[in-house]
Ligand binder design. Sequence first.
Ligand code: ZN
Length: 325
Amino acid sequence: MKLQQVSENCFAVLNESNRVCDANSGLINLGGGVVIDTQSDLPHGRQMIELFGTVWPGMPKRVINTHEDGDHVWGNQLFAGAEIIAHRTVRELMPKVADPRETRQLLKGADRFLTRMLLKALHPGVLAIARQLQQDYDFDGIELVLPTTVFEERHLLDLDGTEVHLIYVGPCHQIGDTIIHVPKEGVVFAGDVIFRACTPMGWNGTYEKWLKVLDFIIALKPTAIVPGHGPVCGIEGAIEMKAYLEYVREESRRCFGQGLSALAASKAIDFGPYGGWRGPARLYMNVERAYREFRNEAADAPWDHAQVFDAVLAVAKAKGIAVEF
Ligand SMILES: [Zn+2]
């Protein structure tokens, strides 16, 4: 984990290994301090606070959650008394999609011999992601702390005369997607609208919306973008995300036309220039999302997570690479 200054008053804490749950956090060091996203577990959350503590004198008055996923909200409890701001849907959805008890049960189950054998036989992908998470994270002690302030379309903060715009852009990667724009400093905190140097994992939303939001970010002309995952970038990060999504959608359309299943398509589609990104086999999720659109299914149709992780493992095996989530 490292701290990076991105403008005069904006900072980022980056999880350099950039695997699943390795989300970034941001700090706007004005108006009492605003932290953006709070890490995946308490040890990482504490480390983030320590790193930000080298540039800001106390605990921040405000926290923003860019969306409802656990890797962006599981450190909320470390900011006692802070105002926690998010889109309205985040407060509704967090208890459903980011219940830390489920993840803890999964990891404990993966440790028990019989469960492990069963998982290996029935859901090898679930066992594989549980193993990876055990290496990277410790989910003990997490208690869900929900947003205390919610907004609908936009929310404006005035931090010592510097405007900070919270802009709702969901659903594109997840239902509650919000970006944070600090115009005076030329900075956008993009949440998981932008994955950098790792394969995007989108849950709820459409390609069309995601591409539109990326265009919107480009039009803001930021000089620095802090993505939800991966290194800090300029607008080239948004342009590359667009190119990836367009590539996968086109390839998926071709395979869909040939009658291939989403899994068969994911095995057949070349990683192209994106094979060097972390977790390239997560491609399956993006193919399946495209297929859902081709089948006219709802953008918020539920996912069978076990089936998704098994499919990602199957794609990695078919490509002859070690699976990584
Ligand atoms: Zn994330």
